[in-house]
Write a protein that binds this ligand. Structure first.
Ligand code: 5RP
Length: 264
């Protein structure tokens, strides 16, 4: 692997082999998502616990200070919206020239396996990898399901992750699942990072699934709504950081959560 690629990957994946990415890219198809109306304000108290930000160029330029930023994974796919025809109908929205201009550590795009736009989105990934390899930029593939959240089972996710890795993604972001997440990770030859999905019912549930996923081989998380939509975002991000980077158990993470919450 060339120096540039290694250097960028090492900005994203820490020496312990783990990572905490903070996605604030939701607006590219959801508009002003709850608690992400002002992304710069949302991330202020939590960003220090994260290793990288997953963000579009628009929010990056308008809300994030270049002098004071974590490494950036630039969201480079889009072109759809929650009120449009099909969330899967994504194209590449952002050039490699733009990624280089923004000095990003990586780029990310969604693939929609099994959708009407499977071929188009997988071709987006393949073409992006072709270009990014020339410049030493790692590509993170997001195995997206759009509104079809019920798709998130191990057979489907295993298929998506493997295809994304085969097409050249350096990291694959996918959902945790309770029916064989270890098989999803085992079938993917590149590191797997867990996405969060819509906010779950209890705080402990988040800590439990992240802990379970880490035990089953994920290298980290890319969790957004379950952190910044939590009424106690700092407590949540701190306890997740302890699981991801400090090998905390669920019990220890709950203690960190309660302690941080009580201290306000
Ligand atoms: C949106 C994304 C988000 O980065 C991803 O969904 C993670 O955020 P959350 O934990 O809120 O689901 O790729 O398409």
């Amino acid at each position: 692997m060339d120096w540039g690629m290694k250097n960028r990957l090492s900005q994203l994946i820490k020496p312990d082999g783990h990572c905490m990415f903070m996605p604030i890219d939701h607006g590219y198809f959801q508009g002003p998502t709850t608690k992400l109306e002002k992304p710069g304000e949302t991330i202020k108290p939590i960003i220090k616990y994260c290793d990288a930000l997953f963000v579009t160029r628009g929010v990056l330029r308008s809300c994030i200070k270049p002098e004071d930023s974590k490494p950036i994974i630039l969201r480079v796919s889009g072109g759809t919206s929650v009120v449009g025809g099909d969330l899967a109908n994504e194209v590449l929205t952002t050039s490699i020239k733009e990624a280089l201009r923004l000095n990003v550590a990586g780029v990310g795009l969604s693939v929609f396996v099994g959708s009407e736009y499977e071929k188009q989105t997988l071709n987006n990934l393949a073409q992006l990898v072709n270009e990014c390899e020339d410049y030493g930029i790692p590509v993170m593939a997001v195995t997206a399901v759009g509104k079809e959240l019920e798709k998130r089972g191990s057979r489907y996710l295993g298929l998506c992750c493997r295809i994304a890795a085969e097409l050249g993604a350096k990291v694959v972001k996918t959902y945790w699942c309770d029916d064989g997440f270890d098989k999803v990770v085992a079938g993917c030859p590149v590191p797997v990072v867990m996405a969060g999905g819509p906010k779950v019912e209890t705080d402990k549930e988040v800590l439990e699934f992240v802990h379970d996923g880490m035990q089953k081989g994920a290298i980290g998380i890319n969790l957004g709504r379950n952190i910044w939509q939590n009424p106690n975002p700092v407590a949540m991000v701190k306890s997740l950081h302890a699981i991801v980077h400090k090998k905390a158990t669920v019990k220890e993470a709950v203690e960190i959560f309660e302690d941080t919450k009580n201290k306000g």
